[in-house]
Design a protein around this ligand. Structure first.
Ligand code: NAD
Length: 493
């Protein structure tokens, strides 16, 4: 269904943007109507194609919650403003959010978390942090295997394109939004390859933005600092899992989870939403707070190059909040001045368009430039040298010297057993009897002095293991790139 355009056709010809809108379930339609009314009144240059997603579509037998024609509309318009939807319990229904992110390659999740003290209670009155979370890879690739009776594995995949895209996005976002500093959180003191790559790419790209301060924190102390002193941070970029956890922490400690919006950005498409759900118990009561979705819409306007409208809406919204005009969820005697419903809140924001907050800090959206995000360019291939192989073995014994003897019995000329680890800790040769061992052993073979390792060695090692009834459950090749060892040593090696 195509809704009426927001602006007269003559003006529309210059900057009109066609977007896809889904009103969703529960409180979705009410907060979407309020949001669209506000941005329309502020002068957003938008044409809207409305699609149906969510509960009705799921219950019609479509387990994805979205029809093919709706996908086509989303892909054609590229910009998607989505109200929350209800995912029915059980029945194998797939999360539309996860599917949308993956199908559309929405690699970047942006969540601004700002305190509205003293109008919304928080322990952190001056917090104004933007979490930029990588959205497609890391442990969320969902590649998991049970390998032995006792051990399961989840693959953490971090790619250079993934790192470059998200880190560049964080710096571009900071530049466009008048931010001063970009911080990177990783755990690269432990995960030297995966988080190490993220950190390395951060350092490389930071050099292209000398006007912005940059710093790196180890995630554990960084997270503690963010929860304790969030005013020390500005924009924080991090891999997927850390970002998932910390974006919720950051939204929660502003005191206003219900007021937060988020953007999911890809190279082609982008989706904008509130971070809360469809609150079915409040549906149809004109009670819900439309602010979370409005924040999503503001991110959308800035993204599509309508920063002046975004700024106008945000400042009117801040003004309304500080006037104490509050929906039930943030209403507080003594702080709030008027309890309003969804529609009346939207009307109050519209009445404040053109005004700026007097107590809260007004925002700046850096004009109407669309973000300049270059596409990833693959670097020339590096020199790749095979140095050995890890054979992962399922063995139910507990004595490392016994499995050491078994593996030493595999004799492939030009190779030798280098070490055995159990859950990463070296246990052979010269392990400690105190080390607890599971049934999952990594046995590393490398070339002996004066020999070079090759793939035939792997085949021969596997063949001998098979003949000796050794249960190899997987192998991992050991490479050096441009002469640099690119695999971890055993802990204690
Ligand atoms: P919820 O966010 O809908 O509600 C949590 C609490 O916050 C409830 O008390 C609710 O009344 C309140 N609340 C939420 N938004 C509000 C608003 N705008 N104004 C005032 N109060 C608000 O979370 P839930 O109850 O766990 O989930 C309900 C449904 O939403 C589930 O079907 C879930 O799958 C879905 N959900 C959808 C999304 C999404 O589409 N992005 C996200 C989360 C949950």
């Amino acid at each position: 269904m195509t809704c009426p355009t927001f602006v007269p056709a003559t003006k529309a010809a210059q900057t009109m943007k066609r977007i896809t809108v889904a009103k969703g379930d529960g409180i979705g339609p009410e907060i979407m109507d309020a949001t669209l009314a506000i941005i329309k009144a502020a002068g957003a240059q938008l044409e809207v194609d409305e699609i149906e997603v969510g509960e009705k579509v799921y219950l019609s037998g479509n387990t994805a919650g979205i029809a093919k024609e709706s996908w086509d509309t989303i892909r054609k318009n590229k910009i998607f403003l989505k109200a929350p939807i209800t995912t029915p319990q059980g029945g194998g229904y797939k999360s539309l959010n996860v599917t949308t992110r993956k199908f559309l390659g929405l690699y970047s999740n942006i969540r601004p978390c700002r305190s509205l003290h003293p109008f919304v209670s928080t322990k952190h009155p001056v917090m104004d942090v933007v979490i930029v979370r990588e959205n497609e890879e890391d442990l969320y690739a969902g590649i998991e295997h049970q390998q032995t009776d006792e051990v399961v594995q989840c693959l953490k995949l971090i790619s250079r394109p993934g790192c470059e895209k998200i880190v560049r996005y964080a710096f571009e976002y900071a530049k466009q939004n008048g931010r001063k500093k970009v911080t990177c959180f990783t755990k690269d003191n432990i995960m030297k390859q995966t988080d190490g790559l993220f950190h390395q790419v951060f350092d490389e790209i930071a050099r292209e933005y000398p006007m912005l301060e940059n710093e790196h924190w180890i995630i554990d102390i960084g997270a503690a600092k963010m929860a304790d002193t969030p005013e020390a941070f500005d924009v924080i970029v991090m891999p997927n899992l850390y970002g998932d956890v910390l974006s919720d922490v950051a939204a929660q400690i502003t005191g206003s989870v219900g007021l937060a919006g988020s953007a999911n950005i890809g190279e082609e498409c982008a989706m904008f939403e509130a971070i809360h759900g469809s609150a079915p118990r409040r549906a149809g009561m004109d009670m819900a707070n439309p602010s979370g979705l409005l924040q999503g819409a503001i991110l959308m306007l800035a993204h599509i190059g309508q920063g002046d409208v975004a700024e106008k809406v945000q400042n009117a919204w801040l003004r309304t909040i500080e006037e104490g005009i509050h929906t039930y969820d943030i209403f507080k005697e003594g702080v709030s001045t008027k309890k309003v419903g969804t529609k009346a809140f939207a009307e109050a924001v519209i009445a404040n368009l053109g005004k700026r907050p007097e107590k809260l800090q007004a925002v700046y959206f850096g004009g109407n430039a669309e973000m300049d995000l270059p596409k990833f360019k693959r670097k020339p291939a590096r020199k790749k040298e095979l140095q050995g192989v890890d054979l992962f073995v399922h063995w139910a014994g507990t004595d490392p010297d016994t499995i050491g003897g078994m593996m030493e019995g595999i004799a492939v000329p030009g190779t030798a057993l280098n070490m055995i680890t159990n859950r990463g800790i070296k246990v052979y040769p010269e392990g400690y009897p105190e080390t607890f061992c599971t049934d999952h052993w990594r046995c590393r073979f490398k070339a002996t002095e004066g020999n070079t390792f090759n793939k035939q060695h792997i085949m021969d090692l596997m063949k001998q293991a098979l003949e000796k009834d050794i249960d190899v459950i997987k192998t991992e090749n050991l490479y050096a790139f441009d002469g640099v060892r690119s695999y971890s040593l055993g802990q204690g090696q």
